[in-house]
Design a binder for this molecule. Structure first.
Ligand code: KIV
Ligand code: ZN
Length: 386
């Protein structure tokens, strides 16, 4: 049976934790509208207690962004929860996300709290938040480095206190897909309320496994994925939501899951977030990088020209990119060169190509890409020789 996966976008909160990123309120509102339009179900708009700007951004996004639930972040601390209440409690689609660290290293060195005190704080904070919000999400921070039995106790405490969404964060990007899947299986077996609430997943990319971990979690019971556009976020960043959306689209046969993402709007959204975060998209960035729909080597170009699907598992148009390209370099083959020349108006025969191609190879061997201008010069040389 197909399951439905909710997309929770935290570009404006965890994404803004990227070093050097500071979005203006107006930009945040514009981006939130674009993210809602892309199809995200929930937008984490900020951390209201953190600053006046964060507070105002969350409030305005709550008031101005429609078709999406807007969530504000709070530690399990009364003043944080009060800040979210002031920002969002009268917003019909406003929600709250409370968190406290549960791992031994965080308990001992950051919180200076024992297990009992952490449990008490969860109980108190979640039930307080629940007085003001119909939907309360709870996160045991650093869940993947928490003792599994204590994680169960923390989660069950939050559910009993009124949380209806439980997020399992891999705060430090420590886990791997096999282990994360096993952790979800353990939670499913040991939490009788598992099916009564929504299980969410929030992964960081310290070991480059954030997307894989998030996708594995949905195979093991999570129905909400948290992440950011372009994977921006604290340290190595978060799960890149566009990668999850594309993987679910390409491998629907495998994931058997649907979502409300309008994939064709992905490239436009990624470009906006890249511009506003001043973080250029790496050329090899999955889904949205400039090289993703470009084919350079002769074997690939030949296959692609015969049937695009030989080397493209999704079409550029499906993610909002205009078209693929076949840049010409020293590894390119004569098929691609002939097609390019044809596009430029040079209709060369196979025999002529046998003379042109060695000239092309000589030029290409000394530089990364052969430009149209250089191809024109090659054709001038060829005309002289003929
Ligand atoms: O990475 C993390 O643990 C977080 C929490 C606030 C969910 O961002
Ligand atoms: Zn995070």
């Amino acid at each position: 049976m197909m399951k439905t996966i909710q997309f929770f976008d935290t570009t404006l909160r965890d994404g803004e934790q990227t070093i050097g990123v500071n979005f203006s309120i107006e930009d945040k509102i514009m981006m939130a509208k674009k993210i809602a339009d892309w199809g995200a179900n929930v937008i984490e708009a900020g951390f209201p207690v953190a600053s006046e700007n964060d507070f105002n951004a969350v409030r305005r996004i709550g008031q101005e962004v429609e078709n999406c639930n807007i969530i504000g972040l709070a530690r399990c601390v009364k003043k944080d929860i009060d800040a979210v209440i002031r920002a969002l409690a009268d917003v019909p689609n406003g929600q709250i996300h409370v968190f406290i660290a549960t791992s031994p290293i965080h308990r001992e060195y950051k919180l200076h709290m024992d297990k009992k005190a952490v449990i008490e704080q969860i109980k108190e904070s979640v039930s307080y938040a629940r007085e003001y919000f119909e939907h309360v999400e709870f996160s045991p921070e650093d869940a993947t480095r928490t003792e599994w039995d204590f994680l169960v106790e923390a989660v069950r405490t939050a559910i009993a206190a009124g949380a209806d969404v439980i997020n399992i964060p891999d705060t430090t990007g420590y886990t791997n897909p096999q282990e994360f899947g096993a952790l979800f299986d353990y939670l499913k077996t040991n939490i009788p309320e598992f099916d009564r609430v929504t299980f969410s997943v929030h992964c960081h990319d310290d070991l480059g496994m954030a997307t894989a971990n998030a996708l594995e979690a949905i195979q093991h019971g999570a129905t909400r994925i948290e992440g950011t556009i372009n994977g921006i976020g604290e340290r190595a960043g978060n799960t890149a939501l566009e990668e999850v959306a594309a993987a679910m689209y390409v491998r629907k046969d495998f994931y058997q899951a649907t979502n409300s993402i309008n994939l064709a709007k992905t490239f436009e959204l990624a470009s906006i977030i890249s511009e506003k975060s001043k973080m250029p998209l790496p050329h090899n960035k999955a889904i949205t990088g400039a090289n993703v729909f470009a084919h350079e080597s002769g074997i690939h170009q030949d296959g692609f020209l015969k049937n695009h699907a030989t080397y493209e598992i999704l079409t550029p148009q499906s993610v909002g990119v205009e078209h693929s390209s076949i840049p010409l370099g020293k590894l390119s083959g004569s098929h691609a060169v002939a097609v390019k020349l044809d596009e430029m108006g040079y209709h060369v025969t196979k025999d002529e190509m046998r003379s042109i191609f060695p000239i092309f190879k000589k030029v290409a061997d000394n530089q990364p890409i052969v430009t149209e201008k250089e191809l024109q010069q090659i054709m001038v040389q060829f005309d002289k020789v003929m």
